[in-house]
Design a protein around this ligand. Sequence first.
Ligand code: NAP
Length: 540
Amino acid sequence: MDILIVGAGIAGLRALYSLRGAGFDVRVAEASDELGGVWNHNRYPGARCDVESYDYSYSFSSELEQEWTWTERYPRQPEILSYLNHVADRFDLRKDITFNARATSADYDEEAARWNVAFEDGSRLSCRRLILCLGQLSAPKTPDYPGQERFRGETIVSAQWPRREIDFRGKRVGIIGTGSSGMQMTPVIAEVAERVTVFQRTANYSVPAANAPLTDEEIHEVKANYAARREMTRNSPTGLGFQPGKVRTLDVDPQEREKVFEAAYNRYGFGFALAYPDILLDPEANAVASEFLRRKIGERVNDPEVRAKLLPVTHGFGTRRPTVDSGYYEAFNRGNVELADIRATPIVEFTETGIRTAEKDYPLDFIIYATGFDALTGALLKPRITGRHGLTLKEKWARGPITQLGLGTAGFPNLLIVGGPGSPTVLSNVMVSTELQVDWLTDLMKTLRAEGIEEIEVSPEAEQAWNAHVAERVSETLYMTADSFYNGGEVKGKPRVFMPYSGGVRHYRRLLETCATGGYSGFELRKTPLARTEEVRDAR
Ligand code: NAP
């Protein structure tokens, strides 16, 4: 096999399509029995994407763009999963995917310049190049409270949602976590449950989704102008279908600013951060935007005590991933939703019948962990990946990930990563950044084939320089003022290092082009693998 792709989510499917189209002998190994990655696993009630459906779709086929019709502005999880299945069927991708194949280790054979990959069921595969498409937010993390095993009700992880129907009617449901997942599921579960208790550690900023069914006119407008829209997203900082404002927040008089904020709030979802270009750069601008949002959140909650607890005060807007919700705050105006502020009164333990906080006991039938992910590196470090001289990726990245353009790391030849740390990934519309990377990788693979390159490896100098650039760009922003899944600060023991590239999709795209036109600068391309060169043999 020329190429093994691990993971059949958005990135893996796209990579399979492109690389097979370029004539490579390529296969995908997928741990699940279904494709779709996070959209296969996150089946919780209310799960939907907070990027607009028509932008959260592949751009590689205009026939696909015209054939597929999204029904809502922000698509639900089942619709996205149907879309990905449609893509797989439409382009006959399934025949090259092995399901139920969880990679547990990958070892680089330096002499052969090949990867040997082992799977949970004991099977093995050998490939020339290994492409990891494991997802950015795909390794769920769950809390560790005393007595968890005692709880006699059902415990569910939002990112490993069971496929069976779960009947919350008449049940008491505890939801731990108030990120996108917790906020999305709360109002939906509250519609049927007897009681929902939201256990909040950190109040987060959320902007209403302004979701709606797409009208025929909107669909026509998007389909008629798809090429231009795609070009705009590729040239935007975030891969979203709108550009940031041009004037600085504080250069505008307060009345005008209020109008701009109001318009962005009512239309853009988390693109609210782009209302002005300096909201994530200038602390004062950020304070003004954060205050606007606190006011808006306050207006949505009736009870003054609950309102006060829901107002985010620990960090500035956007420094942690904000959310886009459909009726989250209003859910607290129902009689059956309560807020447990576990920052003020922490969870002490789980009991047989529920959760005990420092304040009181909450009797529960279900406990849902909407507690997020070991982001960006979690899934990449799960299999034991061993490169040159027996060094594992976990050892190499012990003080934080280090990459060249997010695509690879020195000491791990012929290993490439899509959506990894060091790339725009979670700071972008991942559809756009994924497609950019996959197109680039496909060209790279064609070059390697044409030039008879057996081994490609990131140079240590290049990755040092790239990490310095990633750090420099983030130092211009406010991202490091909060602990978040962007910097690992919210995972115990994880190095606090900003992982995604904050320089924007457009700039990243240019850097990819420069790298390619410079003969893949920062990568060493070898016709003879290093281990087989005379210098290395002599040195041995
Ligand atoms: P998240 O944003 O990381 O939120 C996790 C929540 O769990 C936070 O409120 C966190 O509190 C809380 N938490 C974590 N550990 C806890 C503990 N031990 N005890 C109590 N609370 C704990 O995770 P998420 O909601 O799953 O979303 C993650 C990301 O996935 C999103 O930002 C987004 O990128 C993606 N996502 C997207 C969509 C979508 O619409 N496209 C939907 C779902 C998810 P602290 O804040 O105090 O750490």
